[in-house]
Each structure stands twice: as C-alpha cells, then as structure tokens.
Write a protein that binds this ligand. Structure first.
Ligand code: SF4
Length: 399
C-alpha cells in the first residue's frame, strides 16, 4: 500500500474522474481508469492510497499529475492556468504578469497570481484579451526574490505584492508574506487589494505574517456605483467596516481610488473625506487608456489631472500629490543585467502559452520573452527579434 499525502492538493470524486483541487481555486482532472492502472485506489481529502509499491505509485502518480496540470483551470476566472514552479523551466524574470519585476529601485514587485474576483469596467488587465492565467509556486518566488536582494546589496527594500488581479486569491499569501518578512533586507511589504475577499481575521493574519502596508482600491463611496464599477457583487458596507478596522492597526493604509472621468468624479471628494476620517493616506490614480485594457472613457491628460489634484488639495486640506521617491523612500539600485537589447536576434525555446491571445512564452538566458502573433508548438526552437525591452521585461516577434 502507498499513501501519497499533499498540502496544496485536495481530491474530489467525479464519477469517471478524480478532480484535483490545487491551492483552492485551481482544478484539474485525472481519469479513474488511469489511476486504476497504477493499482486499486481510494482517496481522502488530501491523500490518495494505491494498492501498489510506494516507489511505483509515487512515480506514476506524479506523471499523471504533471499531465493533468497541463489542463489546469482557474475556477474563478474559468481560464486555463500555467503553474510556474522550480521545475517548470519558466524563469521568474521577463514578464509583467507573473514572477518578479525589478525596475532598478528599492522596490521589488512580486506577482504571484493572475485573475480577479471582480470584473471592473475600467480594468487595465481584464480577461477579455488575456485568456491565460498564471500561478507561481511560493518557494520558487521567495528563492528568486532572495537572489534579487543579493544583487541589489541595499537595505530597507520594499516587497510590493501587486498582481494582474487580486492577490487574496493566492492561497499561500500569508506564508509568502512571512517568508518575505524574514529576509533581513526587507523592511516594507505592501499589498495591492480590492479588499472584497478580506475579513477581519484575514487582516490580522496578514499583519501577523509581516504585512506593513495595505494599498486598498475603493472607487466609490456609494453602493450602487461601487457595484456598477466592480461589475460584480460588491458589499460597500463590508469594505467600510474593514477599512475602519485596518485604520486602527499598526499598519499603513493607503486608499487608492482610480479616478475614471465621467464615472466617479463625485466620489473622489467623498473618498478624500473618508481617508481623513480614517486618518489614513490616499493616492488617487489617474485612469489611463491601455491597448489591452478596458477603456470606457478617454483618460484625463496628466496636466489636467495634476491641476485637479492641486484644487482638491486646497479644498480638502489634504496631501494628494506625492513625490514618490521621497515619500516612499525609493532609491535607485544597481541595474539587473539585461541579456538582450532591442532589435537583437536571439535563439529561444517556446515553453508555454502567453497571457495575451496569440502570444507564446519563450525562454532564453534565464529570461521569459513574450512572443507576439506566435502559435509555434511547445518545446520548438525559434529565432526571435527583440522588439521591446524595459526593466528586463521582453517582447519579441518570430523571424
Ligand atoms: S479589482 Fe483590479 S484587477 Fe480586479 S477587475 Fe478590478 S481593476 Fe481589474
């Protein structure tokens, strides 16, 4: 008899298959007849037992699991999901949707998951044009983070968990925060969240793990409009109670509304007053038009936005315009070497579908490269021309 027990996986009987639930919101299936080929089996919540020798059962089950994960699905977004782990062959640097982003400052951006429980009408990273989700193994992310820290050689670093989606969907978020907080050079851990999945217990858990800043997006102080913007069920009362709760904790709270002209103009002054009532910071964001985002309105020019901020600062006697470098103690750090330059022709290997439609991911020199208009098979060797490189985020086309 061989019993295989898992922490991140649970099993569910589905008549002709066994559903594998991974990190709560992902799932894949293995046909029962494939499992029976290993040996007679039974499941409990987190384990599977085979009437077979342990080594054989372990090896064969891991093979079936790896095959099933090729069709991993995000149960919230219902999208195909790529699991990026230590043995996936996918580096953590090179993409803006997952892994680590180093913009040569004292902030390292940590992107552990994509996908969101809301569907905001202004979302710049919405699913419409992004049919693939990603989730990253926590230990792989932490290991990669430590290597970047070594390269930077400065203290008081910020780990900023900001995802193309909602990071509260990442089950091991408290453990991720705990591991980042244990790195001596890290002094700040910030989290961008829409707050809808938070509870008071979760707030406490994250703070106890080492979170030092909540960046909380709230776009309206009016239930009807908040729900209209979120495009999903949205409980404003719950959000307000949480904000009140967080504001009394030993943690920085920043409200981060997005000003969507013509949609929430009347809400911005109310949110400024809310921040004053809570005694917290506020960082109003200018809604921007993106090619691959939702664009319900035309963005305000930066000049107009700054003028409006100055007027609101006077009207509400509030600090609204930040000098980010100074206010957030952002310092320049040694740039991470870029293995490619723009226009360079390189050889790479196709490794996974990309985040965008008609995009594939390629790998070369420990970097991920997004290849546009590509439908080459997995594992094929390709010749690419780099068309964009900024902060070690690369895009290319086939040549
Ligand atoms: S909360 Fe953010 S990521 Fe989620 S749908 Fe809204 S804008 Fe997009």
């Amino acid at each position: 008899m061989a019993t295989l027990t898992f922490n991140d996986i649970s099993f569910e009987d589905k008549e002709i298959s066994i559903q594998i639930n991974f990190l709560r919101i992902f799932s894949a299936e293995i046909q029962k007849k494939e499992l029976e080929a290993i040996g007679k089996f039974s499941i409990t919540k987190n384990s599977i037992t085979f009437d077979a020798a342990e080594a054989k059962a372990g090896k064969k089950f891991n093979f079936l699991l790896a095959e099933a994960f090729k069709n991993l699905k995000n149960k919230i977004t219902r999208q195909k999901t790529i699991y990026i782990h230590q043995n996936s062959g996918i580096p953590l640097i090179g993409h803006n949707a997952f892994g680590l982003i180093d913009r040569n400052t004292s902030i390292i951006e940590v992107r552990c998951i994509t996908g969101c429980n809301l569907d905001c009408l202004y979302c710049s990273v919405s699913q419409d044009k992004r049919p693939i989700d990603f989730v990253v193994e926590k230990d792989y992310l932490v290991q990669g983070f430590k290597e970047l820290v070594k390269h930077k050689q400065i203290d008081n670093l910020e780990a900023h968990i900001g995802t193309q989606g909602e990071p509260l969907l990442y089950l091991p978020l408290p453990e991720l925060i705990k591991d980042l907080a244990a790195i001596p050079e890290v002094s700040t851990i910030a989290l961008d969240t829409n707050g809808t999945l938070l509870t008071k217990n979760k707030v406490d858990e994250l703070i106890n793990a080492g979170l030092t800043r909540f960046c909380f997006s709230i776009n309206a102080a009016n239930q009807e409009l908040a729900e209209k913007i979120a495009n999903k069920h949205y409980n404003l009362q719950h959000i307000l109670e949480l904000l009140n709760y967080i504001s009394k904790k030993q943690v920085q709270l920043i409200l981060t509304p997005v000003w969507i002209p013509g949609i929430n103009d009347d809400e911005i002054p109310k949110i400024i007053e809310l921040s004053k009532k809570l005694g917290c910071d506020i960082g109003i964001q200018n809604f921007l038009n993106y090619k691959f985002g939702r664009n319900p309105v035309k963005q305000m020019s930066w000049e107009e936005f700054i003028e409006k901020m100055k007027t609101l600062e006077k009207q509400h006697n509030a600090h609204l315009l930040f000098d980010f470098k100074q206010d957030f103690n952002i310092r320049q750090t040694t740039p991470l070497p870029k293995p490619f330059r723009k226009s360079q022709i390189i050889k790479a290997k196709i490794i996974a579908p990309g985040r965008l439609k008609n995009e594939m991911l390629a790998v070369a020199k420990e970097r991920v490269i997004s290849v546009h208009n590509c439908n080459m098979p997995l594992n094929s060797s390709v010749k690419l021309k780099i068309i964009r490189e900024k902060h070690n985020i690369f895009s290319a086309v086939l040549i």
